[in-house]
Ligand binder design. Sequence first.
Ligand code: UDP
Length: 242
Amino acid sequence: MIPKKEILGVGIHTLHMDEAVDTAADFLLKSDKCRVIATANPEMIMMAQDDPSLAHALREADLVVPDGVGAVWALNRQYGLQQTRVAGFDLTQNILALSAKKGYRVFFFGGAPGVAMTAKENAEAKYPGLAVCGVRDGFFAESEEEDIVRMINDAKADFVLVALGVPKQENWITRHKDKLNASLIIGVGGTLDVMAGVVQRAPKWMQEAKLEWLFRLLCQPKRFLRMLALPRFVLAVLCAKK
Ligand code: UDP
């Protein structure tokens, strides 16, 4: 059993990157059902306080990794751990490398039209042997959802990346995971945008200085309102009882 600790009522698994990759590898080996990975950051944790379906999706996920420096800070503060960050982007890259090695078929779902296709071309160049067996953009009517499930199943995907943003991706996954034949599905937010080169990821030094949030804010100032969740999160954690 992977240890799990609660931050503001959201359970987060306290593992490190290598253990998260091993867990994903294990999920991919067991093909009895579609297992779900969620990446918890402060924005998502705050959203889950007022959004019961997101809170439910996080409870149901098979693995919730501590993404975001705020989530790591809160775990270390509340429980005296030596938790490190398991960034969703990096975890996804590691599972793609594993998929290339083991021959798992991958499906990219989400982003604006064209983004998933460019991400596929870049990923196949970066991970020789990787089979991205299908792509689908993330803009669709509710009536198309069953077709998307069929598309993923027809492509015989083992690993599905869902990049619709929070909480749309978590809700989509909750609604459809039991109909998917894939072994593993992960909600990845803007990961396909970064893989396609549409959005830049913070330089390494900013990631290491725990300033990735600032880089995202400078690149996408319209995130300002959403990012007010960060100080609210810090305040809520400081006021919370263990
Ligand atoms: N997106 C999508 N369908 C939608 C809304 C958003 O595919 O209906 C995509 C959007 O194009 C972007 C991603 O979802 O690629 C959200 O990225 P963001 O960085 O905002 O993710 P978050 O911060 O929510 O994890």
